[in-house]
Write a protein that binds this ligand. Structure first.
Ligand code: NAP
Length: 245
């Protein structure tokens, strides 16, 4: 059966890899970007080369109204919505004592409020289809905290609570809701840290390297698939074993 998917932040990194993986599985895919239109259009062209429809939409997800509009426009352009991947995000290196209320507030809006609003806007389409998949991209920081981004870790931990709550509420409608916690993944977000502290970071990872975005996308896409029909409310780490004890 044909599926329609929205991947927020699909212009680069994990979101772009996820959009391409979903397209390779037969989905028509809407991707959103905030600033990088050209990168988003390059991803869309690759989706089309796979023979699927691609839709490119702009939204600043710090604004809940834009998150709601993004879902509506995606569903209208695709003809429905079965899959929502709440992936868009950013990191900000800041010590707790130096974090402003504005820093905190913006992070919560992008990483926690936007997934809530997008899921709420997507729910009627999924309910109508009798099928839905929501995957929230959290982080290893949700599980282990962060010494340089308390707002990021807090928002990402909140996203796990949202995931479990929606999984409980939406199960009766055939909608599953899961979270994926990537570890260090080679994207624009981590390029600088990996260049600066790569050896120290890799020494903490049992598999000895950062992830390729496609390794994270494969897990997200599986959770979006029909095969993952009996998994809901779960949080799956893709982190090279960094939190094994
Ligand atoms: P990335 O390469 O920096 O890409 C971030 C994406 O999010 C881009 O598409 C960007 O749009 C979009 N975005 C950022 N802020 C936005 C906003 N305010 N409104 C709308 N879109 C926005 O990041 P990534 O590494 O792939 O990360 C993807 C997700 O994985 C994030 O939620 C991140 O927290 C999580 N994660 C990443 C890692 C890692 O090691 N990379 C680890 C754990 C968790 P533009 O391209 O237009 O700027």
């Amino acid at each position: 059966m044909q599926r329609f998917a929205l991947v927020t932040g699909g212009s680069r990194g994990i979101g772009a890899a996820t959009a391409l993986k979903l397209a390779s599985m037969g989905c028509d895919v809407a991707i959103s970007y905030r600033t990088q239109r050209v990168r988003a259009e390059e991803v869309a062209a690759e989706i089309e080369r796979l023979g699927r429809k691609a839709v490119v939409l702009q939204a600043d997800l710090a604004d809940p109204a834009q998150a709601r509009r993004l879902v509506r426009e995606s569903a209208e352009a695709l003809g429905g919505l079965h899959i929502l991947v709440n992936n868009a995000g950013y990191s900000q290196h800041a010590k707790f004592a130096e974090l402003s209320l504005e820093d905190w507030d913006r992070m919560i809006r992008v990483a926690l409020t936007a997934p809530f609003v997008a899921a709420q806007a997507a729910f009627p389409y999924m309910r109508e289809a009798g099928f839905g998949r929501i995957v929230n991209v959290s982080s290893l920081r949700a599980l282990g905290g962060s010494s340089h981004g308390a707002h990021y870790a807090s928002a990402k931990a909140g996203l796990i609570g949202l995931t479990k709550s929606l999984a409980l509420e939406l199960a009766p409608y055939g909608i599953t809701v899961n979270a994926v916690c990537p570890g260090y993944t080679v994207t624009d977000m981590t390029r600088e840290a990996l260049a600066r502290n790569g050896e120290r970071i890799k020494s903490q990872i049992p598999l000895g390297r950062a992830a390729d975005p496609r390794e994270v996308a494969a897990v997200i896409a599986f959770l979006c698939s029909d095969e993952a029909s009996y998994i809901t409310g779960e949080t799956i780490s893709v982190n090279g074993g960094i939190y094994m004890r």
